[in-house]
Design a protein around this ligand. Structure first.
Ligand SMILES: [Ca+2]
Ligand SMILES: [Ca+2]
Length: 251
């Protein structure tokens, strides 16, 4: 499998892992240091409290999407001079759980309806959200494509994947728009507790990775990988703790 597919899905080849491990001393140092939970040196970004009802239907027409500022500062992984395609991500919370949404501009969508093989998402445009609870050895990954195909899995450093994981009670929906696609999702508090989030209330901290893969039909082996936090690796790889950011549930 091509090394370009390293960041998201599980199909990292031995060759891909070899490339990541030998890319540079920086990469090696990062990987060796990745034995437990993420760094907390970065200031935690507040997750807004959701104050209205949301329908998880993929349509971002609720007022909160105009009121709450989305994350927009995505970077193209391992390409410091490249401009990322416009991507907006909203994170919100309430007692029920965590709510997330993406609006992705994409002029050439590569996607297919869901099938029984969640790894078909590996070759599709998709948004990705990874959740890493405090003091956890595991983190949890959702990858959602424009036509609703989903790959959900639990993971440990380094690239130990468990595809059997699924967040009980979670909801998500995706739809194509005039200039790309949107995804809306919800992870209930009971699923967050099952992941190891000990409390779900104002002040709770966790680590979040926000990503996107943008494929082009003409170059299916060479997607653009977007990340909220750029780990500055020689090749894109999102399964390292340096791509996670600390967040905190705001009052
Ligand atoms: Ca909605
Ligand atoms: Ca695309």
């Amino acid at each position: 499998m091509a090394q370009q597919r390293i960041p998201g899905g599980k199909r990292a080849s031995r060759q891909g892992i070899f490339v990541a491990l030998h890319g540079s001393l920086v990469a090696l140092a990062l990987l060796i240091a990745c034995s437990c939970t993420p760094r907390t040196s970065m200031p935690a970004r507040g997750i807004a409290r959701l104050t209205e009802s949301l329908q998880v239907d993929g349509s971002l027409d609720e007022p909160c999407y105009r009121r709450v500022a989305p994350v927009t500062d995505f970077k193209v992984a391992s390409q410091p001079d490249a401009t990322a395609p416009t991507t907006e991500t909203w994170l919100q919370w309430n007692e029920a759980g965590l709510w997330f949404a993406y609006a992705a501009q994409d002029v050439a969508i590569v996607a297919a309806p869901p099938t029984g093989d969640e790894h078909e998402v590996d070759e599709q445009d998709r948004i990705e959200i990874f959740l890493w609870p405090e003091n956890s050895q595991s983190y949890f990954c959702l990858e959602i494509a424009p036509d609703g195909a989903v790959h959900d899995y639990a993971a440990r450093i380094y690239r130990q994947f468990d595809d059997s994981w699924t967040p009980v009670g979670a909801e998500w929906a995706a739809r194509r728009t005039t200039n790309g696609y949107t995804v809306e999702g919800f992870v209930p508090a009971v699923a967050l507790h099952a992941m190891g989030v000990r409390s779900w209330k104002t002040g709770t901290r966790l680590h979040v990775g926000l990503y996107r893969a943008d494929f082009c039909p003409e170059a299916p082996e060479d997607p653009v990988w977007l990340t909220w936090v750029e780990p500055n690796l020689p090749k894109p790889d999102f399964h390292v703790r340096a791509t996670f950011a600390p967040v905190m549930l705001a009052p």
